[in-house]
Design a protein around this ligand. Structure first.
Ligand code: OAD
Length: 254
């Protein structure tokens, strides 16, 4: 493992532009459940068709709202972990680092990462289900004009349902976020892929884009994933343990 860490540190050190692609695993050590792990993963306990599609929301808006409200509470109470902090430190030291996350939490920002692209939205934000004022119509839930007794609360502009600003199954990703993630994946020297199963497109395709354009891929994950076979370096371990070691190895190369 030591040699692999050194190898990853050298690649990152030599890179001019780094993309860090993260998934639920990077927040696991903060107590935020992942999606696909047996037993503990959210999709092992709940059916996404009941909770994470526009049709599910139309069928039972209160159930969906309350499920996201409970996740928002868990996320609000959790703290960034050593993996988030190591990635923020990488950006502070290196400069040209963009985090492209599939996570809807805000733990990267809370750890200090400045350049973060949210491919699947942000659970801390709320928008009009109908995007009544254009796309997306974000609202501040603490606005006293919002009737929060209603569940879901109602849009202050059009009086219809509000929803979390997350991407549901069957919906398209925010166009500008995806475009920027793809352009950066084409141009970067290294894509560091942390804590994702690599099963959800188009996010899962970003490391392949980097490979196709001659860049290197480093994977940090305790398990074998869809990205392991294209990885130049595969670091099998928890991100909260592995990433600080990589940062330390980079510092000792100085
Ligand atoms: P998954 O639940 O599919 O995968 C989580 C990954 O994290 C697995 O590969 C685990 O092995 C790994 N993991 C667990 N603990 C870890 C740790 N401490 N350090 C590093 N890795 C760890 O989650 P995602 O790949 O993020 O979509 O799922 C992708 C998308 O599917 C999510 O964004 C969500 C979901 O449906 C939307 O909400 C649109």
């Amino acid at each position: 493992m030591d040699q692999l860490i050194q190898q990853a540190a050298r690649l990152l050190r030599a890179a001019q532009q780094i993309v860090v692609m993260t998934g639920a695993g990077v927040s696991a050590e903060s107590g935020v459940p992942t999606f696909r792990e047996a037993q503990t993963g959210l999709w092992a306990q709940y059916d996404p068709q009941d909770l994470a599609t526009p049709a599910a929301f139309t069928r039972n808006p209160r159930l969906v709202w309350e499920w996201y409200a409970s996740r928002r509470e868990i996320i609000g109470q959790s703290e960034p972990n050593a993996g988030h902090f190591a990635l923020a430190q990488l950006e502070a030291q290196h400069g040209h680092v963009t985090v492209v996350t599939q996570n809807v939490d805000n733990l990267h920002e809370r750890a200090g990462s400045q350049d973060v692209i949210h491919l699947h939205g942000n659970i801390m934000r709320t928008k009009c289900f109908y995007d009544c004022q254009g796309n997306p119509t974000l609202v501040d839930l603490s606005d006293p004009a919002i009737n929060t007794d209603a569940l879901p609360p109602l849009c202050p502009h059009c009086g219809r349902w509000l929803r979390p600003d997350v991407v549901w199954f069957g919906e398209i990703l925010p166009a500008r976020a995806l475009e920027r993630a793809m352009t950066l994946s084409e141009g970067c020297d290294v894509q560091l892929v942390v804590g994702t199963s690599g099963l959800v497109e188009p996010a899962a395709g970003l490391p392949r884009i980097t490979k196709q354009h001659g860049g290197k891929v480093i994977v940090v994950n305790p398990d074998h994933t869809m990205h392991t076979r294209i990885a130049d370096v595969s670091l099998r371990g928890a991100s909260g343990e592995v990433l600080p070691q990589v940062l330390q190895a980079m510092a000792s190369l100085a």
